[in-house]
Write a protein that binds this ligand. Structure first.
Ligand SMILES: [Zn+2]
Length: 294
């Protein structure tokens, strides 16, 4: 009885925090706004919750950022809300860019405090990648879930040219597709180091990165990011997010030499050229034990 009451209270708390995150996203901060983010409910979950999308900028290159596709990895959601607020106040990084932000890609999972959606499907295994295979956790077929369908529609229908997805808790930066040079630049702007985990069956990285050939960045924030204040989280990871938007595409002025050359697995390309082997090894991360759940 007591345990069920605790569960009830914590589920109420999670639903309230979901409302809080979304309200904070849309609230005008005390900073003056240079641009107005266009918010809309781009889709609905199984339980009827809106999947909110913010759009900023009107440049020719579209960057999609999303968080909390795994509902029990919440730290990226307020971070993306802060990003929207900052871009509205200072739109400099939007030059040449159109930015789509989905702070809560799995609102039902977030409210329920679970990895999957309301039906228990891991949305990051439900994309129509060649590697997809069916199971209770992966869905009955690719894009069987409204949340993954929405992301797929955005990527294909909105001409998305770069994808950044925020997860927890592995404390690293992974990528799929032609994103090696970008990943190195982002590692240089953050405490995260590049570590390639390999594309999972039916994941966003497998579909959009490996199959479609788009640069897909996976940010694995540490679990400790939950305990940071909004300001501390922005200080740690905000510069990385801004760089993820403004970093030149290979055919744009300022693109680094070597274009999208991929670094060796498990190394930080930002450091590998200049550091001796011992320093490189020190920066190389070992594979997290729970990596099959990332
Ligand atoms: Zn995850």
């Amino acid at each position: 009885m007591a345990r069920s009451l605790v569960r009830f209270r914590s589920s109420i708390g999670r639903a309230a925090s979901l409302l809080f995150v979304l309200a904070a996203c849309r609230t005008t901060s005390d900073r003056p706004r240079e641009v107005q983010p266009a918010w809309r409910a781009a889709g609905r979950t199984h339980l009827g919750r809106p999947i909110e999308l913010a759009e900023l900028g009107d440049g020719p290159r579209t960057v999609l950022l999303l968080a909390a596709i795994h509902g029990d990895e919440p730290a990226g959601a307020p971070l993306l809300c802060e990003l929207v607020q900052r871009l509205a106040a200072d739109p400099g990084p939007l030059a040449g860019r159109r930015v789509l932000v989905v702070p809560l890609a799995n609102p039902d999972g977030f409210a329920l405090g679970r990895r999957g959606n309301a039906r228990g499907v891991d949305l990051n295994r439900n994309f129509p990648a060649r590697s997809w295979h069916g199971s209770e956790l992966h869905g009955t077929e690719p894009l069987s879930e409204p949340e993954s369908r929405l992301l797929s529609t955005l990527i294909l229908g909105e001409g998305v040219a770069r994808v950044v997805s925020l997860h927890q808790p592995a404390d690293l930066l992974d990528y799929d597709g032609p994103a090696g040079e970008l990943a190195g630049a982002l590692a240089g702007a953050s405490p995260l180091r590049v570590h390639r985990l390999g594309a999972r069956p039916g994941s966003l990285g497998s579909w959009a990165g490996v199959d479609l050939g788009l640069p897909v960045i996976t940010l694995e924030l540490p679990r400790s990011a939950d305990r940071l204040s909004g300001g501390e989280r922005w200080e740690a990871y905000g510069p990385l997010l801004l760089e993820a938007i403004r970093h030149p595409f290979p055919d744009e002025p300022g693109a680094g030499p070597g274009g999208q050359r991929a670094p060796a697995a498990g190394t930080s390309p930002a450091s590998s050229a200049a550091e001796p082997g011992s320093a490189r090894r020190a920066r190389t991360k070992s594979l997290p034990r729970s990596s099959n759940r990332l």
